[in-house]
Design a protein around this ligand. Sequence first.
Ligand code: AMP
Length: 449
Amino acid sequence: MTFQDLNLNTPLYNALDDLGFTTPTPIQEESFSVVASGKDVVGIAQTGTGKTLAYMLPILRNLKFSKQDNPRVLVLVPTRELVVQVVSEIEKFSKYINNRVLGVYGGTNINTQKQAVAQGQDIIVATPGRLYDLAVSRVLQLKSIQKLVIDEVDVMLDLGFRHQLLNIFDILPPRRQNIMYSATMTKDVDDLITDFFKNPTKIAIAVSGTPLENIKQQRFDVPNFYTKVNLLEHLLRDKDNFSRVLIFVAYKKMADRLFDKLEELFPSETCVIHSNKTQNYRLRSIEQFREGENRLLVATDVMARGLDIEDVSHVINFDTPDYPENYMHRIGRTGRAEQEGHTILFSTETEQEGLERIEELMQMNIETLQIPEDVTISTELIEEERPQIRERNNPTKRRDEDAPGPAFHEKKEKNQKENLGGSYKFKIAAKYKKPKTRGDKNYNRRNKK
Ligand code: AMP
């Protein structure tokens, strides 16, 4: 099948030609007629399979030129990075179409976005929080939305956006087409579909948990952090093969620690992204990696989900994820758009359980390689690897960096005040000698002495 077999129009064919796209990917082939038909659709497809174009082509094909200001298509995605990426994808395909596309996300000035919205838009790509704020401010009118796309629903629900999604559903016109894409099918996703979708057509091109076939997977058993670093250094010395490498770690502190090491070993070749880095820093890192300025990108799971970077030669799992789904997401960053990908997994002894879960989910064993002889096996341990000295009544605390933090949205200004609890109120009341009020239950308590 070629794109010529799909009922597109000249502006789209020209845009596809410019990009050199000739053949639709399987998810695009399957999605086109269903999305174009106006029915509700649920697509199960991993990132890298061309799913953005799968929903965008039929939408762009049917979007008529209009002068009206209110947007007609709404695309919701979980992260700011994905907003940027989807907007750029839509722009590429709209090269010969006269339509207006705007991306909005939190953590940036809302007034600039309000002005852009007020100029009139056809397609809005947004993260749920900011979209809702704009809608509530009434600058953004959603009454003309005909098509709602929710991309990466599994990630969205994972990050706790369910409530925000429901709020948005509430203010959307009930007569609309719902289009949803998810990499994995989870119970949460299933519930959402049952509650809000009308007999959706399901399109699945890969069973959840099945790795893309064109990814070569290998693994090493490695005793500890420093040996992992030595092995990684050994691999990365082969610059021809390891030409664009995405390195995953589980948490922020580890990302910084590994970044520091790599910066020593391969100066000016490494960048890092995690949710403690500012939006600008993250975008810059991704850009430098994408442009090939930096060969190595260290990333945490949440940050790297949905990243679209082409030609990643290798995904290295510096640690073994506890959740096998995260492994699937990680390795989906290589072997994109039907190119050959390569992934390598490092596991310590304590990570063997995670490894078992991954292999169970995939129903296959990953090929195990021996650590090459010239890699030094270190005996030095990092803080987390040292045996925990458990004092009585002093249980080991959870690592702070593991605490669920504000991953994507900087707090809104009004929420940035610290909650000082009741005591602040009492202090102020005492200072200004507020009179006793009815219902002030603590009056007696405070004035006992
Ligand atoms: P996605 O799964 O939407 O993140 O897309 C993965 C990448 O594949 C993007 O960089 C697309 O531009 C690219 N792509 C999508 N469809 C095709 C196609 N039919 N032929 C070649 N590349 C494609």
